[in-house]
Design a protein around this ligand. Structure first.
Ligand SMILES: *Cc1c(COP(=O)(O)O)cnc(C)c1O
Length: 475
């Protein structure tokens, strides 16, 4: 572009006032607010000036209609929330990065109900005086697990921290070397211990820990014995560990409590639904654990929360710790958690009402039927860019629960027609760019979309039109 051309373009840029009077602007102001429309127009004009300065702008780009339509696109993109619903087709049912457990309708309704206005969060309606926010969850947890008492915090990491800080501040906690877990990201047992003020005493070896190892290590500075469930790994081969009942006896003989971090934990034995067993809260307490902690949004299928259940005297001390105040959950979490727990009163209907359990127990035949419905539509929408096959796959529960126990599943396998990795990357990006982004996983030169967690095929199919823009169909 010559200097004269660029001067002409600068001169042709319409004034903001005039732009605000162009067709369609009133409707945009109505939808997004005038201030936001002005912001979008100014941003576009700024970008336009920079582009003219850099020397690459078509005459049409400065036309009021062109500016208005770019501003409209900018407004729509700014209005889209950053935290959005997605299709989790990763094969990991409880995916931490994708928000873990989908909630039951009952939990969603309970949340909406308390979100809208005032609630009895800390108000005792019977006595007409101040109440306890833990009570809503506590009565259900005790009923369902046999615990004497319970309380709730923001997540299981907080629960573990709070238990350690309350019962073992500046004192020792005995844990087997085979159980010093790291649960993705920043949860590493030795670090949590240190932050909670407890001194870790490592017991036994990585693969073998015996009762006599605990007995030898326990001394006057020991505050408690802790057992951590190996959520995301398994030690195999020449191994030995001490079961809860025996460990409880060792601790109790010395007047110490046993605390078990169950990780996911489960209120009912999943074997009932043909799933691999996770230790249950009730079984750990029955075996002699004085306290257990577990997550609300892993296998329990509720909102992000951490539950602590066990002896009433210990729960009372935990509730008095000032840290408890800092770690307490809000009313929506408590509402969703209580509604989720209430579903466990009726185990016969649980698999139909609790999405986590429903997804985990979907039969292969259902997934195949889904794949036969969705696969061809997806292949058609990809317009030759990729071949789509329905294949056997393995899913996992995720979030550390039973990663060593694969679950039989079915997936759509997308193989780019060109065989090029760059095309695979492009297709994955297009799927992420849909109104409800679709997240799969890449393996062996293909993109896999696991069907176990696809439960709104109408929305999935309804948005496929937007998958490939004009001109990208040819690989
Ligand atoms: C997942 C897990 C945690 C952390 O729980 P969050 O709810 O994610 O904070 C702690 N301990 C174990 C054994 C776990 O599996």
């Amino acid at each position: 572009m010559t200097t004269t051309e660029s001067s002409a373009r600068f001169a042709a840029i319409p004034a903001l006032d005039r732009l605000l009077r162009t067709a369609g602007m009133a409707a945009l102001c109505e939808e997004f607010g005038r201030a936001e429309v002005v912001r979008a127009l100014k941003a576009d004009l700024g970008a336009l000036r920079a582009a003219i300065g850099a020397g690459g702008v078509e005459p049409g780009a400065v036309a009021p209609n062109a500016i208005a339509s770019r501003a409209a696109a900018r407004l729509a993109s700014r209005a889209r929330p950053a935290l959005r619903r997605v299709f989790n087709l990763t094969g990991t049912v409880l995916h931490t990065n994708l928000g873990r457990a989908p909630l039951a309708e009952e939990a969603i309704q309970a949340m909406a109900e308390v979100a809208r206005g005032a609630s009895s969060l800390e108000f005792d309606l019977e006595r007409g005086r101040r109440g306890d926010r833990d009570s809503h969850v506590e009565r259900l947890v005790t009923e369902l697990s046999g615990a004497e008492a319970a309380c709730v915090v923001n997540n299981n990491a907080a629960a573990v921290t709070l238990v350690l800080n309350t019962l073992a501040n500046r004192r020792q906690v005995a844990v087997s070397r085979g159980e010093l877990v790291e649960i993705g990201g920043a949860f590493r047992m030795p670090d949590i211990m240190a932050r909670a003020g407890a001194r870790l005493v490592e017991i036994g070896t990585t693969n073998r820990t015996h009762a006599r190892d605990y007995a030898a290590a326990i001394g006057p500075a020991t505050a408690m014995v802790m057992k951590v469930h190996c959520s995301n790994y398994r030690i195999e081969g020449f191994t030995a560990s001490v079961a809860e009942a025996e460990l409880a006896a060792i601790a109790h003989e010395r007047g110490l409590p046993l605390f078990v971090d169950l990780g996911s934990g489960s209120l009912l034995d999943l074997a009932r639904w043909g799933l691999p067993s996770e230790p249950t809260v009730g079984a750990a307490l029955a075996a002699g654990a004085d306290l257990v902690s577990f997550s609300g949004d892993k296998l329990l299928g509720g909102p992000q929360a951490g539950l602590i259940a066990g002896r009433a005297d210990l729960i009372r001390r935990i509730k008095k710790n000032p840290l408890k105040r800092a770690l307490r959950p809000g009313k929506m979490t408590i509402a969703a958690l209580a509604a989720t727990l209430a579903l466990y009163r009726d185990p016969d209907r649980l698999a139909g009402r609790l999405p986590v359990l429903r997804l985990l127990t979907r039969p292969a035949g259902e997934l195949e039927a889904l794949g036969r419905l969705v696969g061809p539509a997806l292949e058609a929408a990809l317009a030759g860019a990729a071949k789509v096959e329905l294949v056997a796959s393995t899913a996992e529960i995720g979030s550390g629960a039973l990663p060593v126990e694969p679950i039989d599943s079915r997936a759509l396998r997308l193989v780019p027609a060109s065989g090029r990795g760059s095309d695979l990357t492009r297709i994955a990006a297009r799927l992420r760019g849909l109104p409800v982004p679709v997240i799969g996983y890449a393996r062996n030169g293909a993109l896999w979309l696991d069907l176990r967690t696809l439960d709104d095929e109408a929305t999935f199919l309804g948005q496929l039109d937007g998958l490939l823009p004009e001109g990208t169909a040819e690989p």
